[in-house]
Design a binder for this molecule. Structure first.
Ligand code: ADP
Ligand code: MG
Length: 345
């Protein structure tokens, strides 16, 4: 049998390249909110306003008071693989910002009706840029306070296959709120205001990490009232945050927050170390609750594992596992020692 002639190999059009990338980073409105708020934080914003309509499907508008973008740089901000955050391999290996791939804005812009408006503090006026169907418009003057606004309308309007996977408004809003909760825990210094369908729905007031206010606001009074503070350093590793006492366990893993160098991640090995530290004081099938910040030199952890950056790879994963296990086991032993017999029950 004769093999058919191969089809010619052709470079993909730019918009399709961006839409393929969007397949990895833009799963749903919550992923857009995540990328945009992370950009605001990387730009040093102390306040971020998040306006949503219909669970973010109809509108996501994120305004920050960060550094802003120069008018002539707006087209670069929405170009693929263009970033102000790293310039070489050394900087990638030590990256401390949440972003570094230069992919979020072009990806989001390729699957929505997109506007970027910005102004730096010393600029006379702001500027804006619109993108629709992958077509970048002209940079035009636009009144804007110092900072940046990104507007994303009708997510997936041009990708019906993706739009089909969107869930009910409440569900999409729930995903956004869950992600914002996790961000609010890590960055209590940043004020977050959320509105949905024209009504103010949530406000995280600015505060300090250990003021306990954010903790109660995000995870509830019940968690905050019994949580045990942890803060321990050794061998260049620091673990701090809060862990729940064993009697406050959960049926699911819904209150497990782990941050590595400020980035919210999932990590099986660390989750395992935590569970081991609780050992058999947890009832069968119950899950521990915690908010833990692990800090280490950025060169000891690879954050460039997955486009959505939900995972990291530790250079010395065994050491990290044992450090987390030891630290929490000691912290839990202290709480048991300090409890009355009645509390232990
Ligand atoms: P990355 O965050 O990986 O650099 P993005 O596509 O998310 O890639 O953003 C591209 C660039 O646009 C950023 O590197 C930054 O310089 C600029 N930028 C994006 N959002 C903001 C913002 N809210 N404030 C200031 N600059 C921004
Ligand atoms: Mg980014």
């Amino acid at each position: 049998m004769n093999a058919p002639n191969p089809r010619p190999i052709r470079p993909l059009p730019e918009i399709l390249i961006n839409q393929i990338a969007a397949g990895e980073v833009v799963e749903r409105p919550a992923s857009v909110v995540k990328e945009l708020v992370e950009n605001a934080i990387d730009a040093g914003a102390s306040r971020v306003d998040i306006e949503l309509e219909e669970g973010g499907v109809r509108l996501i508008r994120i305004r920050d008071n960060g550094s802003g973008i120069a008018a002539e740089q707006l087209p670069l901000a929405v170009s693929r693989h263009a970033t102000s955050k790293i310039a070489n391999l050394d900087e990638l290996e030590a990256v401390a910002t949440l972003g570094f791939r230069g992919e979020a804005l072009p990806s989001i812009a390729s699957v929505s009706r997109f506007t970027l408006a910005s102004r730096r503090a010393h600029d006379e006026h702001g500027s804006a840029l619109q993108i629709e169907g992958g077509k970048i418009g002209e940079v035009t003057p636009r009144a804007h306070a110092p900072g940046t606004t990104v507007e994303v309308r009708e997510l997936f309007y041009n990708v019906p296959a993706r739009r089909k996977f969107l869930r009910a408004e409440r569900t999409e809003l729930g995903h956004i709120e869950e992600w914002l909760r996790s961000l609010a825990l890590a960055r209590p210094d940043v004020e977050l205001r959320v509105s949905h369908n024209g009504k103010a729905s949530r406000r995280y007031k600015p505060g300090d990490l250990y003021s306990d206010v954010r903790l109660a606001e995000t995870l509830g009074e019940d968690f905050a009232n019994q949580a045990v503070r942890v803060d321990h350093s050794s061998a260049g590793l620091r673990l701090h945050g809060w862990i729940a006492q064993p009697h406050y366990s959960r049926a699911s893993t819904d209150q497990q927050y782990l941050y590595v160098n400020g980035r919210s991640v999932r990590d099986r090995s660390v989750a395992h170390a935590v569970k081991m530290a609780y050992g058999d004081v947890l009832y069968h099938g119950r899950q521990p609750a915690y908010v833990l910040f692990l800090e280490l030199d950025p060169t000891r952890v690879d954050v460039n594992v997955h486009p959505a950056k939900h995972e990291v790879r530790f250079r010395d994963s065994r050491l990290v596992h044992d450090f987390v296990y030891r630290t929490l086991k000691d912290a839990l032993a202290d709480t048991r020692a300090g409890m009355t017999a009645q509390e232990i029950g």
